[in-house]
Design a protein around this ligand. Structure first.
Ligand SMILES: O=C(O)c1ccccc1N[C@@H]1O[C@H](COP(=O)(O)O)[C@@H](O)[C@H]1O
Length: 241
């Protein structure tokens, strides 16, 4: 059986690596240089980096040059998110050499464009399904964007390769992942699902690893690593099969 992939997160706001609580602007805790953080996860054995331009997601500018520098410095796979909403931002994101991008707001607001780029770029495109309850949220998680399962059905039909599912209520809280949400999403799609939000312990990672047969492919890990709840080496060992 495949092992759960782990994607340590580096979220960038105003040039710094930060963690937010519930994704709310203004709740930032700063963890210094994004490049140093990313290199540290790579040295610790990460195979993936989940890299987010939060300013681009919130519409408060962007960290494009820094994101490009970090991606270029990585020998590992990079999943890039935040503010990728049109041809120009998508071209810039893909030109960094990242492995894939996550589209959030665009999947809610410009579905025709998203269907087009899914058709063009295949599994280099994932859709981030960021939810409160079963309502999707876009524009920095500040606006409702429709029903999770209706959108999922549409994206399945359009050939979306992968979903990154974030329970906003859990994100940055160290309260444990929403396993029920992940089970329900996996039942509604045959595409791989990357879990995001709430991981607090090695036990949480083992619980997520138990969902691999259902379709959970990986888990983003953020706050728990920065808060030193466990090391990345311990996390990788916990999910190694
Ligand atoms: O990761 C976060 O904490 C986060 C918080 C608030 C908004 C977005 C966040 N991250 C990721 O950004 C993309 C969405 O960006 P966009 O809507 O496409 O511009 C998505 O992957 C979120 O999970």
């Amino acid at each position: 059986m495949a092992k759960l992939e782990l994607l340590p997160a580096v979220d960038v706001r105003d040039g710094q690596a930060v963690r937010l609580v519930h994704g709310e602007s203004g709740t930032e805790t700063s963890y210094g240089s994004p490049l140093e953080a990313a290199l540290a996860w790579q040295r610790s054995g990460a195979e993936w980096l989940h890299l987010v331009d939060l300013d681009a997601a919130f519409g408060t500018g962007d960290n494009r040059d820094l994101i490009s520098e970090v991606t270029g410095a990585m020998d590992i796979k990079v999943e890039l998110s935040g503010g990728i909403r049109d041809d120009d931002t998508l071209a810039a994101a893909l030109a960094t050499g990242c492995t894939r991008v996550n589209l959030g707001t665009a999947a809610l607001e410009t579905p025709e464009w998203v269907a087009k780029v899914i058709a063009e770029h295949g599994d280099r495109i994932a859709v981030g399904l960021d939810v409160r309850g079963t309502t999707l949220r876009g524009r920095g998680w500040t606006r409702d964007g429709g029903d999770l399962y209706e959108t999922l059905e549409r994206l399945n039909q359009e050939g979306c390769a992968r979903y990154v599912v974030t329970d906003i209520a859990k994100d940055g809280t160290l309260q444990g992942p929403n396993l029920e949400l992940l089970r329900t999403v996996c039942a509604a799609t045959d595409r791989p699902v990357v879990a995001s939000g709430g991981v607090s312990s090695l036990a949480d990672l083992r619980a997520l690893a138990d969902l691999v047969p259902l379709g959970v492919e990986g888990s983003i890990v953020g706050k728990a690593l920065y808060a030193k709840a466990f090391t990345l080496e311990e996390a990788l060992e916990a999910v190694a099969k």
